[in-house]
Write a protein of this length. Structure first.
Length: 252
């Protein structure tokens, strides 16, 4: 049976080969996944994608291309990124695939869940990974850690199905209402907080990016509800307003 609390979206970030998009769509269809989004795809040719998407016509027909990652996952309450961990200074230990189901259940995840796969050439960037609630690693050999994009989607989809986290018969309905804050709301608070910290001189040029990565990670790990984010956003907005008022008085 489908896990009643999660609706899954597969997100391919900057895919370079339309045949890999098709292979990913076919893997999705094999396991009952229906929603595919490509972020800033490299010269996409959907006709070529269809050629390798045998039996996955509905997935390709409904697939979307969007310019930014936030466009793809802004409404998601759980965002997971896949990585081999190579050439990356990860700020947390990736989950192995068998650890995913227990992690989701501990988190009581519900609503929209997005599973991210990076470019065939470079994988997910540090910025992409920073927008994920958790990272996943397929336990491949150290001698050949990187997988073909379509194969990676197939392995992850199989694990979701094996763990009872999705169904294989009916297309997913739209997300059920969730108390968890979605990524777009978290990003809004993050951006306003960064502006405030810049205004008070907390963010120093040399360490600014590293500090902001840690701040985003903190917001993601707090598992805030929509109500929490509204309160936190209101606090930040009030502090910003007060700072602007003080600045205007000083300039008079």
């Amino acid at each position: 049976m489908r896990h009643s609390n999660l609706d899954w979206r597969i997100v391919l970030v900057r895919p370079r080969n339309p045949l890999n998009i098709g292979a990913a769509a076919r893997a999705m269809a094999n396991f009952g996944l229906r929603e595919l989004v490509a972020v800033d795809p490299f010269a996409p040719t959907w006709r070529e994608a269809r050629e390798s998407a045998v039996g996955a016509g509905p997935v390709i027909e409904s697939a979307r291309a969007v310019p930014t990652l936030l466009d793809a996952v802004g409404d998601a309450t759980t965002v997971l990124g896949t990585t081999t961990g190579e050439r990356r200074q990860l700020d947390r230990v990736p989950l192995s695939l068998p650890q995913l189901a227990p992690w989701l259940r501990r988190r009581k995840a519900r609503g929209r869940a997005a599973l991210l796969f990076g470019s065939e050439k470079t994988g997910l960037s540090n910025e992409d990974l920073g927008r994920c609630h958790a990272l996943l690693r397929i336990p491949t050999s150290a001698d050949c850690p990187s997988m073909n994009l379509g194969q990676a989607v197939a392995v992850c989809a199989y694990e979701l199905a094996r763990a009872g986290l999705l169904g294989v018969q009916t297309p997913p309905a739209r997300s059920a209402p969730s108390d968890a804050a979605d990524l777009e709301a978290l990003e809004h608070v993050f951006e306003r907080t960064a502006q405030m910290l810049d205004a008070v001189g907390y963010l120093k040029p040399k360490g600014r990016n590293a500090t902001l990565l840690k701040l985003r990670r903190l917001l993601m790990d707090l598992e805030l509800t929509s109500s929490d984010v509204r309160i936190l956003g209101g606090v930040v907005a009030q502090v910003q307003w007060k700072l602007e008022q003080n600045l205007q008085r000083e300039q008079k």
